[in-house]
Design a protein around this ligand. Sequence first.
Ligand SMILES: C[S@@+](CC[C@H](N)C(=O)[O-])C[C@H]1O[C@@H](n2cnc3c(N)ncnc32)[C@H](O)[C@@H]1O
Length: 524
Amino acid sequence: MDSNDIRFDKSGLPNISYSNFYANPSYVRTLSLLVGVEAASLANAKILELGCASGGNILPFALKYPDSHSIGIDLSNDLIAFGNEMKLSLNLSNINLICCDIMDVDTSFGTFDYIIVHDVFSLVSDEVRNKILAICKENLNENGLAYISYNTLPGWNNLATIRELALYHSNNFEEIPEKINQIRLLFDFVKEAVKESDSAYAKLMLETSELLNNKPDFSIAHDFLQPHNKAFYLSAFMEEATKVGLQYVVDAEITKMYIPNYSKLISEKLGGIEEVVRMEQYLDFITNRAFRQTILCHNHQLIQRKIPMDRLVDYFFKMNLVSPPEEDILAEELNQEAIFYLNNDPEDTVSTKNPMLKAIFEVFSENNGYLSFHDLVSLSANKLPEVNFSELEAQAKVSLMDLFLKGKIDIRADFISINSHEMDTPKVWEYVTAQTLYLKQKVVTNLFFESVQLSLFEYYLVRYLDGNNTKEVVISKMLDHFNNGELISSYKGTKVTSDEKLRGIISLAYLDALEKFREQALLV
Ligand SMILES: C[S@@+](CC[C@H](N)C(=O)[O-])C[C@H]1O[C@@H](n2cnc3c(N)ncnc32)[C@H](O)[C@@H]1O
């Protein structure tokens, strides 16, 4: 097999195993503690994932937390076998990946602090769905949390039409790769066929064709070729969850629950609705929401819907800010406003005239990774010796809560350390190397359980960053990939073949890649 080929299972589906940031116990705990639910510590957490595929959610967690214990079950023998190859390569003994039907889970599996059911609930029969809810009740510890994602109405109404069209056409073909190819061709045709019309239906078809173009094969197979695909209103889902004794904690995309993120009219009309599920159900109708990631707990827990500001004092914060180029700084001086680009995106900025918030933003721009509340405030205070410390603390609490609920800042209940120092022999997290070597993936999981896209150069590079190789050694090894044609470098349309020139190009690309790996939490 070419080392650059994605692996496929027997049905012809690509075996790609991503970590879903929202489904990770680390984030589930972060959100649940905010609303006052005492979630179990991550260090020795017990986790069950139903329909875990190759274990993309729980394998990185097991590696990061060696005293935790995870069980993942999936019907697909192939996927479990891929996961077990990864487990073996990472030498993990704190995770069991088992080929088993959700219907066969019983109390003998034990009880768990976290139960994850990501991208499964909508794709199974009513019988399996009922069983999933029963497991989330019966196999959940006293303070346990269950995460279930599902396709949501009314947003899925439109997608259901598209799925039916895709199924109708692809039923004429046997193999999954051909079905996927045919779905892409079909939507190219549909796009052309409706482009003259300005009907609402034509608009829907155009938008969906664009959407499909950007989806990878596995995601088309998953959304459009599964035999079951049922969407739910939040209220209907919660009715079923309530029947088994579970209650709503929070949606993993918490910014969508925050009423001030919507228009003034929506805030006024819906902001007063006490019952959270009811308020969110109205929001789903207005926003045509198509997907939900619901966190549930036992119904005896007390949930604090109004988050006390002081709770943030125990959290860690990350904001990827950079100062804008000169011209924007001039505008900033004119307006006496500090502007920063979020995630290097000039379209996504934060700005302030408040000197305390400006100092906080500056601290973020100077630091990679997560900062504790205390460190953030102390470092900001160093920039403002004239400001009273408790005044700065109070400002930080208000601003951080607001930034979080607007989706501008990442927060964590637990500190995750990364290596952001320059090293002579850098080391990439073993999980990333295993993802590239065993699963042939270019989308990898970082230490924060986020997905990071690698370029082809970076994909080959990570395998040599094992903490033992100097830059010169790595350059020689990367040169082989250019010489054997796996990587190509060209200048003004002509392929660069001289080893000396290639070494220079690799050296620069190596430095760029390391900077990215440091920023993206891939180094240990
Ligand atoms: C779309 S995939 C989601 C995989 C994984 N949770 C993730 O986040 O990437 C759905 C998975 O559910 C599994 N599945 C479906 N029905 C199942 C059942 N009754 N018991 C166990 N696994 C099942 C499938 O084999 C498939 O791997």
